[in-house]
Design a protein around this ligand. Structure first.
Ligand code: ZN
Length: 516
């Protein structure tokens, strides 16, 4: 899961909930689905999954040797290979590219700019304090700037049809209808694209938006990992933001302003990584053509400065035991149990990369599905920032995604309660990998280790270097993973496919996808 202020830019969040929800769900707990009653729990493979296996997986994935599994780094690729070979050992069918377990993604690594200055008259604006470099190559140019309004159109309120080849452009930050940080960034990307197409030398946006400059500077003075752009051959225009708080550089909009812009630009390179995919074929001649996805991300935030959180020189590795080796252990455990006794529907097990850098692995998957989304009836994503209550599991989207009965039954089977829909005002559903499926119409709850509040107990480990294997309650991991496996079985055996709650934000997308 991602850090708050950078959510707007890339990501994900966390939650709290009310006790009454728990009491309400306990009272309303639906009777156990018929299938489960038929096969006594103790005879189901998930009942005898081994804690030692789980501990071994977690201790390897969250070991110092994997250096925090940052997307595109060696430790990330070692984790990918480990998961793929575990799929092979368990007997999952390869579901990746060219009959492998891998869905390769060549991310783009964009290094932070090393230098940038903008001089006009006697003033010199400095990198960090006054400037950030968003994208583009090195530049050293003196020239008269051209003001292009918001720089979003070629019309009267933008480029006015002018030839700006080789020119330094000045644009107003944001856009006429940008409400939040997400729109500001979307508009900025659109401006960059247009300025690149027009062959400009540089684009400078005058920034004075809602996110404090400190965070903007912190974010852009770090290396970024991005999804591969379509034409990696085209070098984007050199693109900067100027800290225009209080409109202090409004003179840049006036005609006849000459400036000198010098910058190292941001070097780009390929950062190879992959999603991992394996299939367990269902037993029912009809239902086996429908797929239940079990997903979890395996990447984490890396080492030292990469992590974006404070760390001690003595321990700069962000091991990510809770986030999200815990989830990977859960999907591996479920895969092991379901291979031994396959359910009626088929199961696609997906380990995503790129979650910590913007849900990029799951977004890529949703745009390049390995099984038609129309045949994908649900995504049971599991991700978490930690737990502060080992008597429950916490489920984001429980009431919305149509599998409440199976989720409650599976949790109850291993002595766990279900804590539902924490802090709706936080919009957490839209900030984990599950949302990549939801946006396409596939019901997708996020099944998370138990927490009630994002309190000190959670913050102690969340994206911290001490989130390492020795601090894990392996007894709870065992119960959680077994419950997750049983939930997966219940959903894969149910008679009908889960439906979005009536009126849900994603119900229309569901209707469009499934046709009803
Ligand atoms: Zn996570």
């Amino acid at each position: 899961m991602k850090t708050p202020i950078l959510l707007a830019i890339t990501a994900s969040l966390l939650i709290t909930t009310s006790v009454s929800a728990q009491r309400r769900s306990a009272q309303k707990a639906a009777p156990r689905p018929k299938a489960a009653i038929e096969t006594p729990l103790t005879q189901l493979p998930e009942y005898s999954l081994s804690r030692a296996d789980m501990e071994a997986h977690l201790r390897f994935l969250a070991s110092d040797e994997l250096m925090g599994r940052r997307t595109g780094d060696a430790g990330n690729r070692v984790a990918a290979r480990y998961i793929a070979e575990e799929f092979r050992r368990l007997g999952l069918k390869p579901a990746g590219d060219s009959n492998s377990y891998f869905q390769p993604i060549n991310f783009e690594r964009v290094k932070a700019a090393e230098s940038a200055t903008l001089s006009m008259g006697s003033e010199m604006l400095q990198l960090g304090k006054d400037l950030v470099v968003m994208a583009g190559g090195p530049l050293n140019q003196t020239g008269e700037v051209v003001y292009v309004g918001y720089g979003l159109t070629d019309g009267e309120d933008g480029y006015k049809g002018r030839d700006v080849k080789g020119k330094i452009l000045i644009a107003q930050g944001g856009s006429p209808d940008a409400k939040g940080p997400r729109e500001v960034f979307q508009a900025s990307n659109a401006k960059r694209k247009l300025a690149t197409e027009k062959g400009a030398a540089a684009l400078i946006e005058l920034y004075a938006e809602s996110i404090p400059w400190g965070f903007i500077n912190q974010y852009f003075s770090r290396e970024q990992i991005a999804l591969p752009t379509t034409d990696t051959n085209t070098q984007p225009v050199t693109h900067l933001w100027v800290n225009n708080t209080g409109n202090k550089y409004k003179q840049l909009k006036e005609p006849g302003q000459t400036i000198t812009l010098r910058t190292s630009g941001r070097l780009r390179s390929v950062a190879p990584s992959a999603n991992i995919a394996g299939i367990i074929e269902g037993t029912d001649p009809t239902l086996k053509n429908e797929y239940v996805v079990l997903s979890a991300h395996y990447d984490h935030i890396g080492v030292g400065k990469q992590g974006g959180s404070p760390y001690q020189p003595s321990d700069s590795i962000f091991n990510g035991a809770r986030d999200n080796a815990f989830g990977i252990v859960s999907i591996l455990s479920a895969a092991k149990a379901l291979v031994q006794k396959p359910p009626k529907r088929s199961v696609l097990v997906l380990a995503f990369t790129g979650e910590e850098v913007g849900l990029l692995g799951s977004k890529y998957y949703a745009d390049h599905p390995l099984v038609p989304l129309k045949q994908t009836i649900i995504d049971l994503d599991t991700d978490g920032a930690g737990y502060n209550d080992t008597t429950i599991i916490s489920v984001i989207g429980l009431e919305r995604t149509g599998a409440r009965a199976e989720i409650e039954a599976g949790a109850k089977a291993f002595g766990l309660g279900v804590f539902a829909e924490p802090a709706p005002e936080q919009g957490l559903f839209d900030r984990s990998d599950n949302v990549s499926f939801a946006a396409k119409g596939v019901p997708a709850p996020d099944i998370s280790p138990g927490f009630k509040d994002f309190d000190a107990a959670i913050q102690k480990y969340y994206h911290q270097a001490i989130d390492n294997p020795d601090s894990i309650d392996f007894g709870y991991l065992e119960r959680f993973a077994k419950a997750y496996a049983n939930i997966a079985r219940g959903v894969a055996n149910r008679a009908t496919r889960p439906q979005w709650a009536a009126g849900d934000k994603y119900e229309a997308a569901g209707k469009a996808l499934y046709g009803n």
